[in-house]
Design a binder for this molecule. Structure first.
Ligand code: CP3
Length: 397
């Protein structure tokens, strides 16, 4: 009961806690909405800052990072229900001792990737997360001040498999042949590396909460590159242990665990029943999943949890079971197709009779992957306005 009260208190400072309520499985008056990669290159005000500052300089400078974080909140005032801290998933490999640079038009580049398991000797034996990533905590603290309770702030990290893939490939990849060679040729060494990444991720997520993050998302962007059995061997166990360890570590410090979101892109088609039981409060769906099907999987996986929504306001899935929430999942490419298409697709995503999420609450609206740089900021406004309009209707029906 103490933790509940504490959570309520923490929320009192919030003018808009819609997303926290939806994440706890509650019915909401409308679906809260945020957009993966909302702080980014489609915004001219972000590109303006990037003219004079390198990408990781922006991440490491709390003033710049907090400024970029609040840019979309300011531009779409009243339309976005959460901010996400401006940073990158690749700050963990950096903290572990690998150099990463962001090349213009090419994306992330590791000058010295992990070629064989012997290369892991180049990684820091013991990562001082506070020292290496304290700048993210500073950015979170400053952003909380700037947001002044307008909307909750989301912290995040990359999942072990996705980060390992970058650390071994040395950047993006189409085939993931180097990272997969590791999995199949050096499975034990791969697991050791995955565990080392998971350990840093846990400490980093806990630190973000202590600094003021009010929700957390774990991005497993390359989950879908693995076969079902490889996903269950090399990704899922670490996703599970991250959720459990973050809850344990926070509970030891008498801090309420904020809602945890898992986004395992491309793995829902084969592993949704496992993912909904991995210990997270919210499951992010990519755009290949039919919302109404995901709703059914959640009900089947946790029939008891579906009923207890009204009576239960506990903070974490393992403190007391609350209804699992879903997040997603319009194809980001719809944002290129004009106002009419956007409105039609939002309608489809939100209406139960069209296979959409429906008005039952326990739902956070988002895209099914990150927004891409070419999107017109006006299209985002159409999207957000359509979401408000349709979801108010659906939720009051
Ligand atoms: O969501 C947000 O707005 C918060 C900030 C954020 C960024 N990256 C900023 C960014 C978040 C949450 C991420 C996560 C991230 N980074 C992921 C997982 C999400 C996903 O889309 O699957 C991944 C795979 C990365 C790694 C990464 N960082 C890539 C592949 C690239 C280059 C290509 C691209 O999508 O932009 C980045 C660079 C990056 N991260 C940019 C931004 C705003 C653009 C960099 C620039 O300004 O040149």
């Amino acid at each position: 009961a103490g933790t509940c009260a504490e959570l309520r208190k923490a929320q009192e400072g919030l003018k808009n806690d819609l997303i926290l309520r939806a994440a706890r499985g509650e019915q909401t008056e409308r679906a809260p909405c945020w957009i993966m990669r909302q702080a980014g290159r489609y915004l001219p005000e972000f590109r303006k800052i990037r003219e004079d500052h390198d990408f990781f300089t922006c991440c490491r400078d709390p003033e710049l990072a907090s400024e970029i974080t609040v840019q979309p909140i300011r531009r779409y005032r009243g339309l976005l229900d959460a901010a996400i801290i401006f940073s990158d998933i690749l700050v963990i490999p950096q903290a572990m001792g690998l150099e990463v640079e962001m090349l213009p038009a090419k994306g992330p580049h590791f000058p010295a990737p992990l070629v064989t398991p012997r290369d892991t000797e180049r990684l820091r034996k013991k990562v001082d997360v506070e020292r290496e990533l304290g700048y993210v905590y500073d950015a979170i603290r400053l952003t909380r001040t700037k947001l002044d309770g307008e909307v909750p702030l989301i912290g995040f990290c990359g999942a072990p498999w996705t980060l390992m893939a970058y650390m071994v490939e040395g950047g993006g990849s189409k085939t993931f042949e180097k990272a997969k060679t590791w999995l199949f040729k050096y499975p034990e060494e791969s697991k050791e590396l995955l565990q080392r990444i998971a350990d840093v991720a846990v400490e980093f997520l806990v630190g973000q909460v202590v600094a003021g993050a009010q929700m957390l998302q774990v991005f497993d962007s390359w989950a879908g590159e693995l076969s079902p059995s490889d996903f269950r061997t090399f990704s899922l166990p670490y996703l599970r242990s991250i959720a459990a360890s973050v809850r344990d570590a926070l509970s030891l410090r008498s801090i309420t665990c904020p809602p945890l979101i898992i986004f395992a892109k491309g793995a829902l088609g084969h592993s949704m029943p496992e993912i909904v039981k991995a210990g997270y409060d919210v499951v992010g769906l990519d755009y290949t999943v039919e919302p109404s099907v995901a709703r059914k999987v959640v009900e089947l996986a946790s029939p008891g949890r579906a009923i207890s929504s009204k009576t239960n306001t506990a903070s974490g899935a393992n403190e007391a079971a609350h209804r699992l929430a879903l997040q997603g999942n319009m194809d980001p490419a719809v944002l290129y197709a004009g106002k009419e298409a956007i409105e039609r697709k939002v309608d489809e995503m939100l209406r139960a009779r069209k296979g959409g999420f429906g008005g039952g609450g326990a739902y956070i609206c988002n895209l099914g992957h990150g927004i891409t740089p070419g999107v017109d900021p006006e299209a985002v406004k159409w999207f957000l306005k359509a979401v408000h309009r349709v979801s108010e209707e659906v939720n009051s029906a």
